[in-house]
Design a protein around this ligand. Structure first.
Ligand code: SF4
Length: 217
């Protein structure tokens, strides 16, 4: 059984794949926060701005098996999309690695999809994922220490980007903290701090939430 909060067709907004047409599948649940406001202050991600509770979002629901969910996601890829392209699905959450497994990966590959995951890195990724994006959160030990993209929200209290620079990722992105409830800003704006950090540490590149700039989901 897979629980999905919402699923939709859009453009990837962030990181190295920004601008790419994608089916987003947001799984229900996370291992770093219950998603309930009353628990926010004691969670690992006081800045979280994602609703991953329940299955009541757009195209959300419970899916009995991988084939059923894969067919559901395939139907979201528009028939009118043409040209030379690979279908692309982004599994996110919440924490997608609580649910994404080998069977679902195979089912999406069988339907011609390239598969990306956006994970907090506290769980190991199953084999077969085509694009792994890890977004570390505060004091949590990383178990997924390699992949395509490491994307760090900045600044986070107690998190030094330099602690990640030796990990085996192709791209290193810093993304300014969205000022959600609980955000900790000590000095200047998150945007200023992130731009300044990237200019002084060129291994890191600036990631913007371009979907918000473009006004799309
Ligand atoms: S890991 Fe991501 S989805 Fe989970 S609580 Fe933290 S920011 Fe939110």
């Amino acid at each position: 059984m897979y629980s999905v909060k919402e699923a939709f067709y859009t453009l990837q907004g962030e990181g190295a794949q920004a601008g790419r047409a994608s089916v987003f599948c947001r799984f229900t649940g996370c291992n770093l926060w219950s998603g309930r406001e009353r628990d926010r202050a004691g969670s690992q991600c006081t800045f979280c701005d994602t609703d991953f509770v329940g299955t009541d979002g757009q195209n959300g629901g419970q899916f009995a098996d991988a084939a059923t969910l894969a067919s559901h996601l395939e139907r979201l890829w528009p028939m009118t999309a043409s040209g030379r392209h690979r279908r692309y699905v982004v599994f996110t959450g919440g924490e997608p690695l609580l649910q994404l497994d080998k069977t679902l990966i195979e089912a999406m590959h069988a339907r011609g999809f390239e598969i990306a995951v956006e994970t907090n890195g506290t769980l190991p990724a199953p084999a077969g994922i085509d694009w792994i994006c890890v977004s570390p959160k505060r004091d949590n030990a990383l178990r997924q220490t390699q992949g395509d993209e490491l994307k760090l929200v900045h600044p986070q209290a107690g998190v030094d980007p330099q602690t990640f620079v030796e990990l085996n990722f192709t791209h290193f992105f810093l993304q300014p903290m969205d000022l959600a409830p609980g955000a900790i800003v000590t000095d200047g704006s998150p945007m200023e701090a992130t731009v300044d950090y990237c200019m002084h540490h060129p291994q890191w590149r600036l990631s913007l939430q371009t979907h918000k700039i473009a006004g799309i989901d």
